[in-house]
Structures are given as structure tokens and as C-alpha cells.
Write a protein that binds this ligand. Structure first.
Ligand code: SF4
Length: 477
């Protein structure tokens, strides 16, 4: 039997890339690859790239420069190292990567990574391989399922892709070009994935897609199901105690999704709903296809069915033509909605998008100053949200042992990390925790008596309060 080959994946960007990286590991496992955390002893290195950030491609070329040194060293030691570039930069700049970076053996777009084994074989026989077409077949039908061992190693919370691509064409966004048009996976495939995850210890599933609430996959009845209908179906699977979804577009929030929040205790009352700007003039220039008031009405519909629901969002400051008045409209919207947190970025053009040709650039100093003002407002809302949890008893899904001996850590419904002194045997359970203090973004508390033994505060007493401390970028919608 051949010794296992070592695979090192470096993944950038959104949740979808994290998920894709895991599926690449699953797809290459039958080829004899096992994951390694060290790039130095890898036989195959994959850079799973993201095109959302500024100068994304330049960062990839710098990383490839560093990898060239590692690859040369491996060759001197008689080892062959292969390098693949995957993800959205690969999709957008495949030919250019092949031209500029001879160190790269394989370039593969996000819709083609199920072909990695064949592409590696092709690179071995022909020198190099490139695939950035949008294939006609559904890649999910070809990807190897994760092993039970891999699922357990990845913990009790898992992503499941239900939808990819986007038809909205916001003028600043590369997603419709790098991920293609909207495609939804069939309901039965998603349910099969979720069952397999639940059978192997997963307790929380986050459904992901660039525009996840545009989901319209084929149901067992042959009709297109909505995201709300899919969530109802998934909530029936034994073992799945929490459901989430990301990232949503305000225009695609339909009645079935609102009903899912009303009816499903497993569906967490925390929604990431990007708005990008509070100015109708800028929203139109962004081609968002909704106004600030449309967005407010969507928020109201959620709040009407779940008083304890909280929101996070994405904002771009300094979009071409944004005036001080437009920016003030954004601050007014944030003040009115009251977020549990948000991601905010300065506008930077993405080559090939319509906004990249817009002329009225906002001065860099104005952008800097607006970003500071917006982030101060969001930070104050986030801090208030987190502080409001102190003194409450909240449900926590325990995920892992903490760094402090004897402590375990989990997440609240609002994705706040919560630490308690307790046995690791409780990992995988949802238990009530009395929150006693806040340390930066983490809540500290102690296990509380089960619900029947305590008086439960009314939901309204818990609002607003909380947020996410995440290093991932959001994606889409
Ligand atoms: S920002 Fe979201 S909705 Fe707009 S084009 Fe990108 S993925 Fe689609």
C-alpha cells in the first residue's frame, strides 16, 4: 500500500470557501490524500482564493512567490510538490495565473473542483491543467461524501451548501461572474447530507449560498421549494437542534421564510441581512433593487413573528457618488434598526464590475472618516447588545473544550461565544447558562438549572443584546 500523500489547503474569505475546502479534502481522500497543517511537508498545496477583498489577485501572487521557495526546497530533497489555485481568483484570472506563475500546476474554478483528481493527473502528464468553465453537470453529484471520521473531526456545527451563484448583479460585486448564475440543490440531496451529518454527531447546520434565500431547489414533489419549506423539512431530522442560513438578500425574504422563523424553534433568531447603504440614491446606483424603506419593512416582518430576533448586516462606505447626505442616511438606518453587529468596508473597485467604471470616486480621506464613524456606531450597538445578556439565562450549544483548563465553550443563539466551567461530556448539548460577565466579545457564565426548574424571563426582556465575533468575511447577497 502506498503511503498517504499530504494535502495542505489554505482557504481565504467566506463560509462558502471553508465549505468548499472541506469538500476538496473529501474528494481527494479516496486518492490517498490526508490533510496536513504544515505546508513544508505537503505533496499538494491548494490555495482556495477569495476575490472579495481589495488586491485579491496580488495577494495570491505574493503567496505563490513564497510557495515557489518551498516547492524548490522539496525538489532539492527529491520530493515532488504540486500547487493548485482554486476559488474565485482562479475563476476570474485563470489564464493570467497560468501565464504569470509557472509554479502553479492546476488552476480550478469553484464550480469545477470535483474534477481535481483528473486535473492533477492531467497536470502530471501534460505539465499543467486549467479548468474554469461552468460545467453543465452539478458538481455536488460528483463530490465524495465526507467520511464519518471527517465529520466527527470537524465538530458539532457544519455548513451545507444549498445554493450557489447570484442573478442580482449588484454593480460592485464579482459573485455573478465568479460563481455564475443561481443554482439550487435538490431538497432530497440536502436532506441526505443533513441526515448523514446528524448521524455522526452534528447538531447545528448552517445552510449557505451566495444568495441563500433565493433557494428554489426541486422538492420530492417535483416542485421548486422555498428556503422556508426546506428549513421546515430539515427541522424534522432527529439530532439537528439548531438551523441557520446565510447570506440573504432583502428582496428574497418571502412569507415562507418569515413563517419558518415563527414556527421553528430550531431556527435561530439571528439573521445576517446585508443592506450596504441607507441612501436610496446609492442603493439604486448599486443596483440593489430595494430602497431603505423596503429594507425596514422586511426587518419589521421578521420582528412581528420573533420579538427576540437580532440582525447583522454588511455596509459599503464611499461608493462612487456617495455624498455626506447619503452617508448620513446610512447612519440613520443603522440607528433605527439597531444591529447586533455588522461588517463594514470602504468601497474599492473590482475589475470587470460596472461600478469599476464609475467616475465619481469619493476622496480617500472622506472614506476613512466615514468608516470610522460607522464602525463606532456599530460597535456601540454591538457592545450594548452583548452587555444586555448579562444577568439573563440563555441557551448555549456547547462546541468544544476552551483553552482554560476545565472550561468548555459554546455559542448562544446569536453566535456569541459563551464559556462555563463544566465537563467536556456536555459538548453537543444545548443547556441553559446564566450569563455573569462579558470579556471582550465572549460571555462568561455558569450552568443554570434546566428550564422547568427556573422562571424564564419573557423574550422581550432579552432584547436587544449580543453579537458575532468572526474573522470570516461574509459572502454575497
Ligand atoms: S452583493 Fe449579493 S446580491 Fe449583490 S450580486 Fe453580489 S452576491 Fe448577488
Amino acid at each position: 500500500m502506498n503511503p498517504p500523500r499530504k494535502l495542505h489547503i489554505k482557504s481565504y474569505g467566506c463560509q462558502m470557501n471553508v465549505y468548499d475546502a472541506q469538500r476538496m479534502v473529501d474528494t481527494l481522500a479516496p486518492e490517498g490524500f490526508v490533510e496536513t497543517a504544515s505546508v513544508d511537508d505537503a505533496d499538494l498545496v491548494i490555495l482556495n482564493t477569495c476575490h472579495i477583498r481589495e488586491k485579491a489577485s496580488e495577494k495570491v501572487y505574493s503567496e505563490l512567490g513564497r510557495l515557489r521557495v518551498v516547492k524548490d526546497e522539496a525538489a532539492r530533497n527529491g520530493r515532488t510538490m504540486s500547487i493548485a489555485v482554486a476559488g474565485c481568483v482562479a475563476q476570474a484570472e485563470g489564464q493570467e495565473i497560468i501565464r504569470r506563475a509557472p509554479v502553479v500546476d492546476v488552476v480550478v474554478g469553484p464550480q469545477s473542483y470535483h474534477h481535481l483528481p483528473q486535473l492533477l493527473a492531467r497536470a502530471k502528464s501534460h505539465g499543467r491543467a486549467l479548468e474554469t468553465e461552468f460545467p453543465v453537470e452539478d458538481k455536488f453529484g460528483f463530490l465524495a461524501a465526507p467520511s464519518a471520521h471527517a465529520i466527527r473531526a470537524r465538530g458539532i456545527s457544519s455548513f451545507v451548501t444549498v445554493q450557489e451563484g447570484c442573478d442580482k448583479f449588484c454593480t460592485f460585486c464579482v459573485v455573478p461572474y465568479t460563481r455564475g448564475t443561481e443554482v439550487s440543490r435538490p431538497v432530497t440531496k440536502i436532506v441526505d447530507d443533513a441526515r448523514r451529518l446528524a448521524d455522526n454527531g452534528v447538531r447545528e447546520i448552517t445552510l449557505i449560498g451566495q444568495n441563500v434565500n433565493a433557494y428554489h431547489g426541486e422538492g420530492p414533489d417535483g416542485r421548486a421549494w422555498t428556503l422556508g419549506a426546506l428549513l421546515h423539512r430539515l427541522a424534522e431530522i432527529p439530532g439537528i437542534v439548531r438551523l441557520r442560513y446565510s447570506t440573504s438578500h432583502p428582496r428574497d425574504v418571502d412569507d415562507s421564510l418569515i413563517a419558518a422563523h415563527r414556527d421553528l424553534p430550531a431556527l435561530m433568531p439571528f439573521v445576517h441581512l446585508p443592506v450596504q447603504s441607507g441612501s436610496d440614491r446609492i442603493l439604486a446606483a448599486m443596483n440593489r433593487r430595494h430602497t431603505a424603506d423596503d429594507y425596514r419593512r422586511v426587518i419589521d416582518r421578521f420582528r412581528a413573528v420573533r420579538q427576540d430576533i437580532a440582525f447583522s448586516s454588511d455596509f459599503i462606505v464611499g461608493f462612487p457618488g456617495e455624498s455626506e447626505e447619503d452617508f448620513l442616511a446610512t447612519l440613520a438606518l443603522v440607528t433605527q434598526i439597531g444591529y447586533a453587529g455588522a461588517y463594514s468596508f470602504k468601497y474599492s473597485p473590482r475589475p470587470g464590475t460596472p461600478a469599476a467604471d464609475m467616475r465619481e470616486m469619493v476622496a480617500a480621506t472622506d472614506m476613512d472618516e466615514r468608516l470610522v464613524r460607522l464602525q463606532e456606531l456599530i460597535d456601540s450597538q454591538q457592545s450594548a447588545f452583548n452587555r444586555a445578556a448579562i444577568g439573563n439565562t440563555v441557551d448555549v450549544l456547547f462546541e468544544r473544550s476552551a483553552r482554560n483548563p476545565g472550561q468548555i465553550v459554546g455559542r448562544t443563539a446569536y453566535l456569541q461565544p459563551a464559556h462555563v466551567m463544566a465537563s467536556p461530556e456536555l459538548i453537543g448539548q444545548v443547556l441553559p447558562v446564566k450569563i455573569e460577565s462579558l470579556e471582550r466579545y465572549s460571555l462568561l457564565g455558569r450552568l443554570a438549572p434546566p428550564p422547568e426548574a427556573r422562571s424564564v424571563p419573557p423574550v422581550s426582556a432579552m432584547t436587544p443584546a449580543h453579537l458575532v465575533a468572526s474573522s470570516q468575511t461574509t459572502m454575497g447577497a
